[in-house]
Design a protein around this ligand. Sequence first.
Ligand code: ASP
Ligand code: MG
Length: 424
Amino acid sequence: MGLVVQKYGGSSVADAEGIKRVAKRIVDAKKNGHQVVVVVSAMGDTTDELIDLAEQVSPMPAGREFDMLLTAGERISMALLAMAIKNLGHEAQSFTGSQAGVITDSVHNKARIIDVTPGRIRTALDEGNIAIVAGFQGVSADSKDITTLGRGGSDTTAVALAAALDAEVCEIYTDVDGVFTADPRVVKKARKIDWISSEDMLELAASGSKVLLHRCVEYARRYNIPIHVRSSFSGLPGTWVSNENPQGDAQVEHAIISGVAHDVSEAKITVVGVPDKPGEAAAIFRAIADAEINIDMIVQNVSAASTGLTDISFTLPKAEGHKAIDALEKAKSAIGFDSLRYDDQIGKISLVGAGMKTNPGVTASFFQALSDAGVNIELISTSEIRISVVTRQDDVNEAVRAVHTAFGLDSDSDEAVVYGGTGR
Ligand code: ASP
Ligand code: MG
């Protein structure tokens, strides 16, 4: 039997009981003959608490010290977990990201992994240990400073280690039974997906699904690492995410739609009264790009013939809203628009599935479902395997449920279980 990497999220190790429960699971995997590497997140809401604390001593905590602080959360859980495993009579050693060979660039708070050199982990395994690694952290190749990978980054640590150690599988343990056809916190009748392609999973993650981070799925796809998302609270098999269907394409009837994702973290900016001439959109989005803001959807209205003016709307993370407004105000005279409107009461609903490439009518059914639910559409964008709309934020939950039902995704058996946590 081969090597498995298991990752446990904060809600799975929220307290001493949780740590002991997880330790038993890990020991079971070892007893089954696997070499086991565990990646662990900070206990419960520790990371949020550390952030609050930092903000109390400094309004804008600096990159290096902030990272040094945040990585403490994962060091606590890794050491406690190693102790709990030893208490069950098995050998375990904990390692910081740096000790485990997680090498990153030097961008504090959102570093990227550039290499993984897990020599010490290999040695620990060869000596019969279970290796416990602190997630979400690494060490900069250049500055040698400690870095963090961005919120939720432990998933990426796990996949990166799985790739570097040539693991059979990367198991991501969380507080739901797998990836569902919609957020089970919103849709009680959401169905657990047994297998989903990396392609569809990437699109769901980009559309607001929080169960797996986009970067983690991207990494797994590139290195062809199968991910098994499952609950640490139940013994049930979860969802497999991989490039190829393990059962082979031929035998499996492909679902047309993989799922419905929603996102209420975005805001909409409308640039009103833009002269309808070449170069205007370029000037607007240059100003936004220079402020290092990523945008999502864009629409430009037809210009009124009488005025020769048009409106351009786009969506972006709420957190970047003020920065974007400032950047556009500064460029106002150069661009030559009338005014700006800012709206943070929007939500986005996305339907995802590779099957829509070859099935006509998916878009029509999607819009029909929204219309039947009385939901007004404000913006639309599509890719080959996704349709997204922006609506009022208050309509989002209702819209997700309506679309889920319309596409026959509702389960007829048990309601989805949420074991804990707050959705991450
Ligand atoms: N503890 C970090 C966070 O809460 C990393 C993680 O949970 O993956 O974002
Ligand atoms: Mg966490």
